[in-house]
Design a protein around this ligand. Structure first.
Ligand SMILES: NC(=O)c1ccc[n+]([C@@H]2O[C@H](COP(=O)([O-])OP(=O)(O)OC[C@H]3O[C@@H](n4cnc5c(N)ncnc54)[C@H](O)[C@@H]3O)[C@@H](O)[C@H]2O)c1
Length: 318
């Protein structure tokens, strides 16, 4: 395996830096000596994430809705656009906000990057593939998305944001990159964000039944937060335009995940089957050949190890 590409940045703007992935990006960039401006409206982020960063030298927090304004005057050399509701439950609760953030928010973030001649990275999502008919999904797969279905706000916002980013690069020459993240998990998630890992961990630690949707045989791939962050920074440093898939290379069923969490948490919880949401993908796994080839990246943290760290963090913090 070749070395993961990296680069030293001076000033980085992270939209959505108060969220699960964004706050970890801020912390890693600060560790590497960059100044970081986090812009977040805390609509789905955790105030604790920002509180943990506030005392750090070089860190600035700006509370703003990026769909309305992006009030950062200081030029940046990198803009990481991660602001967006992400979990299906948050997107269902905030569909207009999700669409505004993917459209107007992405336009504002692109303008900020373009003005400063900065590199721009869009956090897109496996949602662009919808409920895929191809497994694994490579970057050329065009997806199967219902534009008026319950997941449309999230999936179409990401598809539009990708189109906008591409148009900016092609018409204005903005230095852009699209990273398509698949399910990422780890410490720092909200226990109530509705995603499988935090839901199962919270339930297992509380001794409540783990709510598995449908028959639980639908699959996901999981990527530990540190692996996702190193891939995002490698894509930023590389100069590629993407899109590039970032995610775990193996698949696990939701029933298998629930059983694993119960075992790792030493919990006595049982499993309760509940209705499966409409348009919930039956399979989801990235083909990560492009990331391996161009970035020298692949995930390193095995699922059991990542889940152990996540369970420990939930035990101590939630
Ligand atoms: N975590 C994953 O598994 C995953 C998978 C695919 C894609 N992504 C993408 O990565 C990014 C971060 O996801 P996350 O899991 O950290 O979600 P998150 O909800 O924890 O973080 C998103 C952050 O964006 C902020 N935000 C939302 N709308 C905003 C707006 N209009 N203005 C300013 N701030 C706003 C929220 O307050 C939050 O702090 C998102 O763009 C998401 O679509 C994440």
């Amino acid at each position: 395996m070749s070395r993961v590409i990296s680069r030293k940045w001076g000033h980085v703007v992270v939209t959505g830096g108060g969220g699960f992935v964004g706050s970890r990006l801020c912390a890693v960039l600060l560790d590497a000596g960059a100044d970081v401006t986090c812009v977040d409206d805390l609509s789905t982020g955790r105030a604790e994430n920002v509180a943990a960063l506030r005392g750090r030298p070089g860190f600035t927090f700006v509370r703003a809705d990026v769909a309305e304004e992006l009030p950062v005057d200081r030029p940046a050399d990198l803009v990481l656009h991660f602001a967006s509701p992400s979990s299906p439950a948050d997107c269902l609760r905030l569909p207009l906000h999700t669409l505004d953030t993917g459209s107007l928010g992405t336009r504002n973030a692109l303008r900020l990057a373009h003005r400063a001649d900065a590199r721009f990275v869009l956090a897109s999502a496996s949602g662009v593939y919808g409920a895929p008919r191809q497994n694994p999904q490579d970057e050329r797969y065009r997806g199967d998305v219902d534009p008026v279905g319950p997941r449309s706000a999230h999936d179409e916002a990401k598809r539009f944001a990708e189109a906008l980013t591409t148009a900016h690069a092609e018409t204005l020459g903005t230095d852009t990159c699209v990273v398509r993240l698949f399910n990422t998990y780890g410490p720092g998630m909200r226990g109530d964000d509705g995603r499988a890992v935090p839901t199962f961990v919270r339930q297992a630690l509380a001794g409540e039944p783990l709510t598995v949707t449908g028959d639980g045989l639908q699959t996901r791939s999981l990527c530990y937060i540190d692996d996702t962050v190193s891939a995002v920074l490698a894509a930023a440093a590389h100069g590629m335009r993407g899109p590039v898939n970032i995610g775990g290379a193996s698949e696990i069923t939701m029933l298998g995940l629930a059983r694993l969490v119960i075992a790792l948490a030493c919990s006595r919880s049982e499993i309760r089957y509940i209705d499966r949401p409409v348009d919930d993908p039956a399979v989801r796994r990235p083909d990560i050949a492009l990331a391996r080839d161009k970035l020298g990246w692949e995930p390193h943290v095995p699922t059991e190890e990542g889940l152990r760290r996540t369970i420990d963090w939930f035990r101590a913090n939630v």
